[in-house]
Design a protein around this ligand. Structure first.
Ligand SMILES: Nc1ncnc2c1ncn2[C@@H]1O[C@H](COP(=O)(O)OP(=O)(O)O)[C@@H](O)[C@H]1O
Ligand SMILES: [Mg+2]
Length: 279
């Protein structure tokens, strides 16, 4: 469904992504893991059209995404969340979702006052947004300003915004970063409930416990290249991955243990908790 094909990304002299090829299948949760700077967000940014692709192709079915501008990629059915929250703080939670659904050529105000047909369409959009908020337990916050919500709730609003257009590919860049244990469990529940046969989900995370418990496939990135790919069991047993994480066998267990504490997880996120042994 989503295919990275010999994708390379250079930032000046830096080879951030080097000849990466992998497939993401519909109906599955594919996790991308690896240390900070491995190139995980760069993959998402290229797929979503935020970064250009130096060479190679990113295919959504037969559509070459690397040729398209951002809005057409979204229109083709790819949606993403950001590692750092990007909501419209001064708009309500509901409006943050509604803007995703407003046709690009027509502003909300015009659409709302343009006559019965567009008013009906606006009503329908609002109902869809409400349904998504309901689904993620955010209905009570629909009228609150997004910027006034707690961090964990804002992360959920980002997720709500990403799914409101019913994407075929959903890319989640560190959705659990900074969440406490309870919030992470809730997020996990939502992610599992979102899994449908027609949609491919890509999950970038450092929380190994979360990764191991909900992923169907795992891709391990290191220094801009794919180090390993497989099922959670295969990745757990892969000596190369064990070596790369902390440089000794059994290391993924250590990371899972470390990820249990919020403080540790934040440290992991900042790259202080993982010392990658660079082969
Ligand atoms: N806009 C950019 N300009 C220059 N270098 C960048 C940019 N975005 C990412 N990089 C570099 O590319 C590499 C991969 O970064 P990133 O994809 O953010 O890693 P990850 O998400 O795995 O932590 C890093 O060395 C990072 O500094
Ligand atoms: Mg990143």
């Amino acid at each position: 469904m989503l295919r990275f094909e010999h994708v390379t990304k250079r930032f000046g002299a830096l080879n951030a992504i080097n000849d990466v090829t992998f497939d993401v299948e519909p109906g599955l949760i594919t996790a991308i893991i690896g240390p900070n700077g491995a190139g995980k967000s760069t993959l998402v940014n290229m797929a979503a059209g935020s970064y250009s692709v130096t060479s190679g192709r990113i295919l959504l079915d037969d559509i070459e995404l690397q040729r398209l501008p951002k809005y057409r990629i979204a229109h083709a059915g790819l949606s993403r969340t950001y590692q750092n929250i990007r909501l419209f703080d001064g708009m309500s939670v509901l409006q943050n979702l509604e803007v995703v659904l407003v046709p690009p050529h027509i502003g909300t105000l015009i659409a709302d006052s343009f006559g019965l047909a567009s008013r009906a369409a606006a009503e329908e959009r609002r109902a869809r947004c409400h349904a998504v908020l309901q689904r993620l337990g955010l209905a009570p916050y629909a009228q609150r300003l997004a910027g006034s919500l707690a961090y964990g709730q804002q992360k959920l609003v980002e997720l709500a915004r990403a799914i409101v257009a019913e994407p075929r590919v959903l890319l989640l860049d560190e959705p659990a970063a900074g969440l406490n244990h309870g919030e992470t469990e809730e997020l996990k529940k939502h992610i599992l409930e979102l899994r449908t046969p027609g949609m491919a989900m890509v999950l970038i995370e450092h929380d190994m416990k979360l990764i191991m418990s909900i992923s169907d496939r795992i891709i391990v990135m290191n220094r801009g290249a794919v180090l390993a790919k497989g099922t959670p069991a295969q990745i757990r047993a892969n000596p190369e991955v064990q070596e790369a994480y902390l440089g000794h066998p059994g290391a993924t267990d250590d990371i899972e243990a470390a990820a249990r504490g919020r403080q540790n997880r934040v440290r992991l996120r900042e790259g202080e908790g993982i010392t990658w042994h660079q082969p």
